[in-house]
Design a protein around this ligand. Structure first.
Ligand SMILES: Nc1nc2c(ncn2[C@@H]2O[C@H](COP(=O)(O)OP(=O)(O)OP(=O)(O)O)[C@@H](O)[C@H]2O)c(=O)[nH]1
Ligand SMILES: [Mg+2]
Length: 341
């Protein structure tokens, strides 16, 4: 349990960039120990300087290898780098984490690098909340760049991607069908596409598929504009802002090829977002997503706590078919609201 004194102590050690304080705070937040919200409240005002890069994409595309290379290149620029890896809940995660550990080992003795894996346990929104907490911790501790690796393109991963200033979507050749399958959320979150394993056959075809997808998306959004009277009436028109042209960068992470070009693309995106209007809109979106994640996470855990026994009881009733799930949900909610007043 954290007292306000111990929190203050931890925060000042954190501000001095003490690695052990960073590790302690990150563990505190990921484990959700008593008082972790107070810790995050104290840290939040100290954050806001770091450049956060989300790294997501299909399993096995080479994200961790690429992150390792990015760490190396950023260290060569004398930047402090934090890495937050969101582990998959899949049964294979044990192996994946072990692989990441071995790969990252060469950075372990470097005080300018901090690596932390988070577990994707808990309910919806929980991942984003842990990730955003650890991002703020690293930010407050003076890390210049924070790389956040998530596996896959599910809802949780997209939520985490939305916390980043720049999001890289990593794919490898020969995943044409995957591109179709994942495209739903991906165009929206991708600021830069990376075709890794460019040493393999099929890289050109994957780049072509992607280019086509990007241009189709652009056509749709251009045509869509101004045609919907309802949308125009419903909300004040957003100022016409230039649209970022999502670049496609080829890399061979295992050989460190294309890393400089990738960092250049990141710089380009950062530059683009430094326009005051762009920056303001992006910031608004980020804080909106963060608030939603924290709010839904807080509400769910509060709801579970307060429902207590009535939840299993409702399940019993449902099993006996003495009630339907809609009425059960209404009744549970009504119970919570009554308790409130
Ligand atoms: N040929 C080739 N193999 C690569 C390249 N980059 C990574 N790999 C290999 O691809 C495999 C997966 O790499 P990871 O970096 O673990 O991929 P990941 O996307 O982090 O994987 P998950 O986190 O499990 O989704 C490893 O065996 C890497 O050595 C590349 O550019 N070319
Ligand atoms: Mg990985």
């Amino acid at each position: 349990v954290a007292t306000s004194e111990s929190i203050n102590d931890l925060v000042s050690r954190l501000q001095r960039g003490e690695t052990r304080a960073v590790a302690r705070a990150a563990r505190f937040v990921d484990d959700r120990r008593d008082g972790f919200v107070d810790l995050l409240k104290a840290i939040y005002p100290l954050s806001g300087q770091a450049y956060v890069v989300g790294v997501t994409g299909t399993p096995g595309a080479g994200k961790s290898t690429l992150v390792d290379q990015l760490v190396r290149a950023l260290r060569a620029r004398a930047l402090k780098v934090g890495v937050v890896a969101v582990d998959p809940t899949s049964p294979y995660s044990g192996g994946a984490i072990l692989g990441d550990r071995i790969r990252m080992q060469r950075h372990f003795l470097d005080p300018g690098v901090f690596i932390r894996s988070l577990a994707t346990r808990g309910h919806l929104g929980g991942v984003s909340r842990s990730a955003s907490g650890v991002i703020h911790i690293l930010d407050a501790a003076g890390f210049d760049v924070i790389l956040v690796e998530t596996v896959g393109v599910g809802q949780d991963e997209l939520e985490v991607a939305r916390l980043a200033h720049t999001t890289l979507v990593i794919m490898s050749p020969g995943m044409g069908d995957d591109i179709q399958a994942i495209k739903a959320g991906i165009l929206e979150v991708a600021d830069i596409f990376v075709i890794n394993k460019a040493d393999r056959d099929g890289a050109d075809a994957t780049v072509r598929d992607l280019e086509q997808m990007i241009s189709l998306d652009r056509d749709v959004s251009v045509r869509g504009r101004g045609h919907s009277a309802a949308a125009t009436l419903a909300r004040p028109p957003e100022p016409e802002l230039g649209k970022w042209q999502t670049p496609i960068v080829r890399t061979v992470a295992t050989r460190g090829e294309g890393i400089d070009a990738l960092l250049e693309a990141c710089d380009g995106h950062r530059q683009f977002m430094s326009d005051p209007a762009q920056g303001k809109r992006a910031r608004r979106r980020r804080i909106e997503h963060e608030l939603y994640a924290i709010l839904s996470d807080t509400m769910l855990s509060e709801m579970e706590r307060r429902l207590g026994d009535s939840l299993p009881k409702a399940l019993d009733d449902l099993e006996r078919k003495t009630i339907d799930p809609y009425s059960a949900a209404e009744r549970l909610l009504a119970g919570l609201l009554r308790e409130e007043t």
